[in-house]
Write a protein that binds this ligand. Sequence first.
Ligand code: DAT
Ligand code: MG
Length: 151
Amino acid sequence: AEFERTFIAIKPDGVQRGLISEIMSRFERKGFKLVAVKLVVPSKDFAQKHYHDLKERPFFNGLCDFLSSGPVLAMVWEGEGVIKYGRKLIGATDPQKSEPGTIRGDLAVVVGRNIIHGSDGPETAKDEINLWFKPEELVSYQSNSEKWVYG
Ligand code: DAT
Ligand code: MG
């Protein structure tokens, strides 16, 4: 089956803190399917493109400096409801408000170092996947567990 896709990125703080496998495993164990992944250091210009919606905010410059400060693990995950549920797994933007059990709730403390990004809707998911990945980097394959995850 073809399901929706979302863009998820582990930011430089999450990579440096050794949280890649911890975070990936939460999406993987849930039953979502990884269709693209790469480790990249985005340029500041690229970070500004990624966060263009926030360019009027006072924290925009610092945010873009931070995103471009080191390796980011860029991913695309696929599954039924993955855009909305991915945001649920991630938790509230401010880790002080994220529920325990969420990625930010369990693993982060402040909003400026909240370790992970996830697309907030179908349009941004499409735009962000196109920004970060070439079409040929997205791998279509049948997951062996699909019939057990979806019935
Ligand atoms: P999210 O990452 O949950 O989608 P967002 O799109 O509103 O949140 O903001 C993008 C990032 O910008 C967020 O992950 C961390 C940073 N940010 C948001 N609000 C902030 C604030 N008030 N002060 C500092 N950084 C902030
Ligand atoms: Mg956002």
